[in-house]
Write a protein that binds this ligand. Structure first.
Ligand code: PMP
Ligand code: GLU
Length: 398
């Protein structure tokens, strides 16, 4: 049969994180004892007061269409959060709530990128950025940051990547997949470059804001040099263990917010009314749960880093946020076990899945060769067992 699928969709890669997670679920269903370190989501249950708010929302009949950009009460709660936690001012009319930060990112990219516009993306970068830019027919300009520079780009690298066609720079700190966090000074140095290019829009993915072990977080929207051209992306998935509820937001200059609203009005309307009420409770309720989960992630970070360091051949940085470890694994390339030879990180991820029954993600999905990603958002004992299995399987490669 002729291929009926559009070239636009044919050119996209499926999400490798979700694909690996699916594969591990299938093996589990066949009875294989797989440890899934592939998908990145908190293992905690959504806090009770948030679940209660959702139950009340149903009983109180919050079951009709809402404004496309979300209930005003939720957008006010988000504006308050941005003011109180990040020191930045957005009017509720500048906030568009969507089905997860993923849709928020895609809304913004589709709203501002014309075919051929260049988008600068430091790599390693989360799997969906480059695909969203492809969807908008923009051009990805990847700027690699190595493990030696703690996966953070330098101002000189940023400046060298800028051309007259640059329309947007996309930054993610704390980072998925590396866990790196730019300090305020490091951000200031990048902002100093961007100050010379006032036409460039800055898209700042701050979804891991609260899973941060440095003790400080700076929103890119707080730099006056970027006034009126920075878009903040955030949401409840990671901070409040609410991945399945699908609520994220963009806080944007008025014209961009309006464009996102128009786009969303045509292809998804408002995100779930019930999930919105739950998110409102998350932002306005007690915040202790956020810190409790952060502390647990930090303990697990310490555990996974110390166990990874005991495995010869894994080269690791010390992630300062999020819940991922991104070891460099090229020491294993060219080695074999049985009739299987490891040529790249994809082979290694598959070897670990089949031989150690641990699901990880090939670093290629994050636009860099030679790495794998492990999500340590899981119980301490599971981390210990996973790292034991990984160490054993890697030890068999000769
Ligand atoms: N940005 C980054 C860097 C992420 O890791 C994720 C998690 N998938 C998202 C955005 C999207 O989060 P969600 O759609 O669950 O809000
Ligand atoms: N952020 C998570 C990850 O990177 C969720 C999966 C996804 O949306 O890609 O694994």
């Amino acid at each position: 049969m002729a291929n009926r699928i559009s070239t636009r969709v044919q050119s996209l890669s499926p999400s490798a994180t979700l694909a690996m997670s699916q594969k591990s679920a299938e093996l589990k269903a066949q009875g294989v004892d797989v440890i899934n370190l592939s998908v990145g989501e908190p293992d905690f249950n959504t806090p009770g007061f948030i679940k209660e708010a959702a139950k009340h929302a149903i009983d109180d009949n919050y079951t009709f269409y809402t404004p496309v950009a979300g209930y005003l009460s939720l957008r006010k709660a988000i504006a308050d959060k941005l003011r109180n936690e990040n020191g930045v001012d957005f009017d509720p009319s500048q906030i568009v709530v969507s089905n997860g930060a993923k849709q928020s990112l895609c809304n913004v990219i589709l709203s501002v990128i014309n075919p051929g516009d260049e988008v600068i993306i430091p790599t390693p970068a989360w799997v969906s950025y480059v695909e969203m830019v492809k969807l908008a027919e923009g051009t990805n300009v990847l700027v690699p940051a190595t493990i030696e520079q703690d996966f953070k780009i330098t101002p000189a690298q940023l400046e060298a990547a800028i051309t007259p066609r640059t329309r947007m720079v996309l930054l993610c700190s704390p980072s998925n997949p590396t866990g790196s966090v730019y300090s305020r000074d490091e951000l200031q140095a990048l902002v100093d470059v961007l100050a010379r290019y006032p036409e460039i829009i800055v898209l700042s993915d701050e979804i891991y804001e609260h899973i941060n072990f440095t003790g400080s977080f700076t929103s890119l929207a707080s730099f006056p040099e970027l006034a009126d051209r920075v878009v903040v992306i955030n949401g409840v998935s990671k901070a409040y263990a609410m991945t399945g509820w699908r609520i994220g937001f963009a806080a944007a200059p008025a014209d961009i917010a309006k464009a996102c609203n128009k786009l969303q009005s045509q292809y998804s309307s408002n995100p779930s009314s019930i999930a919105q009420k739950a998110a409102e409770a998350a932002y306005t309720g007690p915040q202790e749960c956020v810190e409790e989960m952060r502390v647990a992630f930090q303990r697990r970070r310490d555990l996974v880093v110390s166990l990874a360091r005991e495995i010869p051949g894994l080269k690791v940085n010390v992630p300062q946020g999020a819940f991922y470890l991104f070891p460099e694994v090229s020491a294993y390339f060219g080695k074999s076990y049985g009739n299987r030879t490891i040529s790249n990180a994809g082979d290694l991820a598959m070897y670990l899945l089949e031989e150690a029954h641990v699901a990880t993600v090939d670093g290629e999905a994050f636009c860099v060769p030679g790495y794998i990603r492990l999500s340590y958002a899981t119980a301490d004992d599971t981390i210990r067992e996973a790292m034991r299995r990984i160490g054993e399987a890697l030890g068999r490669l000769k």
